[in-house]
Design a binder for this molecule. Sequence first.
Ligand code: NDP
Ligand code: MG
Length: 392
Amino acid sequence: MTQPTKKNIAILGSTGSIGKQALDIVKANPDKLQVEVLSAENNADLLIQQAIEFSPNAVVIGNEEKYLYVKEALLTHDIKVYTGADALCQVVQMDSIHMVLAAIVGFAGLRSTLAAIEAGKQIALANKETLVVAGALVTEAAKAKGVNIYPVDSEHSAIFQCLAGEFHNKIEKIILTASGGPFRGKDAAFLKTVKKETALKHPNWSMGAKITIDSATLMNKGLEIIEAAWLFALKAEQIEVVIHPQSIIHSLVQFEDGSIKAQLGLPDMKLPIQYALFYPNRVHSSFKRFDFASYPSLTFEKPDFTVFPAIQLAFDAMKKGGNLPCILNAANEVAVHAFLKDEIGFTDIPAIVEKCMDKGTFTAKPTLSDYMESDKETRALASEFCKSKISA
Ligand code: NDP
Ligand code: MG
């Protein structure tokens, strides 16, 4: 019997929530996966620890001030050490890499994902902001290079799993499920009083800080609408959001005959990460199994677009297109960061996004450098709005 060859993967953002869970999957499948590259921005100690455990070919530490520290620590190991965003873009293009798991958070993940696509690497995409900001550019580059983008985001993985064997059939619509976050059912007055400590407590998922706040404002669902549109070539009218507080149904697809397919499971990101890494194969896992008796009722509600305006903002950005989703994303990143530093209130986040969408410079057909410029301009604008706490 021939030995199956290992898949060599680069994990960008290996010290994050997705990155660490991906490494758990590698650990459980040592005969199938080999880590070629690991990357972090600041967390040098964890990166060093991961490098020693998984023996990658190379590691990249984003923060240049930490380069010597990482280099020294790995001196006796046969592991190359690089630093900076440019180095990351080069390292992901190494011949030995088969697949890149894009798990950096935010706009910062765009360039390295594009560089990997340019080099023809298959992509497992967690970094949804890449598609939100530059969906047209990214999907065109992927098409030109024959690169598949496998979704890691649980909702998009659910849709992708529902589409197995159905790719020739037209999608009537998709239904993205949302837990509703920690403030489901609360009113606008309550949201004004919210502090980061409660906003960071997600009822069902344990994730990085930025996406946890996005889940509380429902901006995460807004970003996911745009992500889904690019991944599955859908129009805004074909995307619906339903609040499903138990997070058991991860999303649904409705076909032209009216039939709906759903994918279910306990809320555990390891499953969608593993599905993307091994597609089209399903690999045995020891993840906890779903039990109907523990969930006697699965419930559904309409999202409240007035109390949580983020979904509507995302629909608006998507419909107008151009660089508007880029503006929405940059403003949101700045506002979430400011909220996490107690500089603005919770309801200031969507208010600042809306202001930036109104005031930012619109470009109908942006190039990569236009996106870079728009991101920069919006960050400056959003920082100004943060200082004046516009909705206070
Ligand atoms: P985390 O904040 O936990 O991790 C982010 C990772 O990116 C870390 O390794 C971090 O390094 C690195 N990083 C941060 N900033 C930069 C930068 N400027 N340049 C290079 N690397 C950087 O995020 P998550 O793992 O939660 O999320 C990652 C992505 O996956 C996001 O786009 C998120 O929306 C998406 N996603 C996450 C889910 C989850 O369950 N967590 C679910 C679905 C999607 P360091 O540790 O050194 O700061
Ligand atoms: Mg999701």
